[in-house]
Design a protein around this ligand. Sequence first.
Ligand code: ADP
Ligand code: ASP
Ligand code: MG
Length: 412
Amino acid sequence: MKFGGTSVGNLDKINNVANIVENEVKNNKLIVVLSAMAGVTNNMQNYLDQINSDEEIENDLVLTSGESVTIGLLSAILKKRNIKSIPLLGWQIPILTDRNHKKAKILNINKKRIEEFFKNYDVIVLAGFQGVNVDGYITSLGRGGSDTTAVAIASAIKAERCDIYTDVKGVYSADPNIVPEAKKISKMAFEEMLEMSSTGAKVLHTRSVELAMKNNLVLQVLSSSNKTSGTLIVDEKKLIEKEIVSGVSYSKNESKITISGIPDKPGISANIFGLLADKNINVDMIVQNISQDGISANITFTVPSSEINLATSVLENNLDDIKYKSLKTDENVSKISVIGMGMMSQSGVAQKMFKTLANNSINILAISTSEIKISVLIDERYTNVAVKSLHEAYNLREKKWVQLGRFSKIID
Ligand code: ADP
Ligand code: ASP
Ligand code: MG
């Protein structure tokens, strides 16, 4: 079980988590992964920003500190209820990661140690979001990374399922905070969830979905304050019905770079994107075209907003090599995506997306697609209108059912 920041946001909420754990531990031994209290990791990041700290070891130590508090409090509450519980930090298992501070990858989890703890305890309360690298220093897994801790540990012990408790009742057809009429999805494929997370639906950390898919570990997203069933995320083969479009997501965390007037010859893209890859910069959407003079090319692409400064300095430092005429950046863009497994075998899905945006006078700046996703880049100001109108266009909102004798009917 994993509980996110809002689910452990104060003592009342931690007591509520203790109730859920107390109920479950009657039947099973449990690993309970916790986040820091909501807002705490942001506060820690603010402190680090104020002192302009670029010390990787110190930064990850400070960033991951909030989780110590919540695991300590929950375990103490459980012990008062006579439940055999032990709070553990990442290094105590250990959750071994690479040296990539701030976005460390888990390399290995020692299953034997977990089994040893289970000889003496019924509940392990484990700090999410943190690991320890091969040099013995604390690392963090990237913001929202507690989900990944939970999935990694569940995979390591070959758990039957990993339950992610959060502040919404499941995964919805769009962020319920933007589209109140969004529908809770009862079952979806790993691939769909992966596309949703990676295009902005922060309800699950992208890497947690990747890992669950790799290990074929069923995930459930559910509410910690409401006892209704959540969303199951399963292998595609277990889906009876594949929705053409199951969700709409958005991300405001991307920025656009346009470089124009590059001499058009083979190898320019390989050169530019090679330089960016060398600096570990993730490039997402790419549009390349020939400029009006027919001899030079323009390339537009997106990078995470957090990497825009690094990306521009890499390009500026290599001006002599790339030989472009101008470089423009735009941080006020937003990526809107529609996702669905059934899209693979259906035509006209993209056309509907483009038409809906056009009807709302929203201009498309770039497009990218996969088998089960279409993404467009637009002006950030139109994010909400775009998400809401696409949600409506694909008819995703919660349907109302009325009883008609023995049958029921949907009213739109
Ligand atoms: P936690 O602190 O429990 O990890 P997060 O804030 O990381 O919770 O994730 C839950 C939030 O994800 C919700 O409050 C919701 O606003 C947001 N969200 C974005 N897209 C979706 C979606 N498609 N379905 C459900 N929640 C979504
Ligand atoms: N506390 C960390 C964060 O806020 C990890 C998490 O909540 O998943 O990013
Ligand atoms: Mg989260």
